[in-house]
Design a protein around this ligand. Structure first.
Ligand code: SAM
Ligand code: DTB
Ligand code: SF4
Length: 360
């Protein structure tokens, strides 16, 4: 029988062994879900979900060769490349995201690292998005210490930089940088005082042991990442992983549950791949301890579920979007509040504490 990590006295640990993490993955599904939900309830309101909206501020032609990525310049995915977006365009999208109920605006650029030429523009984007009253997140590739400090100074709240997979599988997926390079950037981000967003991708043909290895690396960093995105591979035509075998959905749900247990206070994001998941699978991910999603029209280049579909699911489950800096439900715009379920006498009225006022 594996250890029970549900006790309220469990501290954040940084010494997880692979044997312990493997044992969690191998628990009977019901036992794993119970442990994950019990841990989740010690630290979070189980009915609140943090919502982030993504924008690609520089698209395609990336010099890195990540085998999963539609934006790598090494593969022909038919993606339309775009230069770094003008400030006004970014602000327009950030305002829209805020109006639609997102509390964090995440901006991604297909770079190996930001250039000296583009960097001042990036800093200005951070300052101005922040002035709209949203949390800011960026993912721009590798950073040196000076760049990390400047981003923190400009007011960037989160930096996203994923470990993606286990150290031993890493070079089968990416050859243009190393696992250690990723750890080094994350350390600089932490030194600069920004919050860390770091997670990975599953469903790339990795072994079960690689999923164990990824979670061990994340959990044993000097501090747990504040936010841990767990991406299910979106198979994009033209990438080397376009035909990789599907991962069993239960294996994905188990990955979310184990992430919740080994990093009990981190936001666990049910990240890429939701478009191919049905409502029941997403509900099991929330039950396993996921409490954050990407919400909006698209991820970076691939589509997300319709916003109305997400809100309909939230209404069915009695989930609410989390409001910025508080762990209170957010006030949704009235046009987003009515769902078919609420209007139908066929369903029980699930208590969803939606407020009536608008966000602005
Ligand atoms: N270029 C920066 C970097 O790699 O850090 C930022 C952008 S990159 C697109 C951010 C993350 O998106 C990757 O680390 C990866 O985890 C995820 N990602 C990219 N393509 C994906 C795909 N097809 N399916 C799932 N996740 C993906
Ligand atoms: C993360 O872990 N996933 C997001 C965000 N961080 C930047 C990106 C997912 C990208 C999926 C493929 C695309 O849309 O291009
Ligand atoms: Fe470039 Fe990031 Fe895509 Fe890798 S994941 S190819 S670094 S945009």
């Amino acid at each position: 029988m594996s250890a029970d990590y549900t006790s309220a006295t469990q501290q954040q640990r940084h010494d997880w062994t692979r044997t312990e993490i493997r044992a969690l993955f191998e628990l009977p599904f019901m036992d794993l879900m119970f442990q994950a939900q019990s841990v989740h309830r010690q630290h979070f309101d189980p009915n609140l979900v943090q919502m982030s909206t993504l924008l690609s501020i520089k698209t395609g032609a990336c010099p890195e060769d990540c085998k999963y990525c539609p934006q790598s310049g090494h593969y022909n995915t038919g993606l339309e490349k775009e230069k770094l977006l003008a400030l006004e365009k970014v602000l327009e999208q950030a305002q829209l995201a805020k109006t639609n109920g997102a509390s964090r605006f995440c901006m991604g650029a297909a770079w190996k690292n930001p250039s000296a030429r583009d960097f001042p523009h990036v800093l200005e984007i951070v300052r101005q998005v922040r002035a709209l009253g949203m949390e800011t997140c960026m993912t721009l590739g590798a950073l040196d210490q000076e760049q990390s400090d400047a981003l923190a100074e400009a007011g960037l709240d989160y930096y996203n930089h994923n470990l993606d997979t286990s150290p031993e599988f890493y070079s089968s997926i990416i050859t243009t940088r190393s696992f250690q390079d990723r750890l080094d950037t994350l350390e600089r981000v932490r030194q600069a005082g920004m919050k860390v967003c770091a997670g990975g991708i599953v469903g790339m043909g990795e072994s079960a042991e690689d999923r164990v290895g990824l979670l061990q690396e994340l959990a044993n960093m000097p501090e747990h990442p504040d936010s841990v995105p767990i991406n299910m591979l979106v198979k994009v035509k033209g990438t080397p992983l376009q035909d990789v075998e599907n991962l069993d959905p239960f294996e994905f749900i188990r990955t979310i549950a184990v992430t919740r247990i080994v990093m009990p206070r981190s936001y666990v994001r049910l990240s890429a791949g939701r478009q191919s998941m049905n409502e029941q699978m997403q509900a099991l991910c929330f039950l396993a301890g996921a409490n954050s999603i990407f919400y909006g029209e698209k991820l970076l280049t691939t589509p997300l579920p319709e916003e109305s579909a997400d809100l309909a699911l939230f209404a069915k489950l009695g989930l609410n979007p989390e409001q910025l800096h508080t762990r209170e439900p957010a006030a949704l715009k009235p046009h987003l509040q009515k769902t078919p379920r609420e209007q139908s006498p066929l369903f029980y009225p699930v208590q969803q504490k939606l407020l009536t006022e608008t966000l602005n």
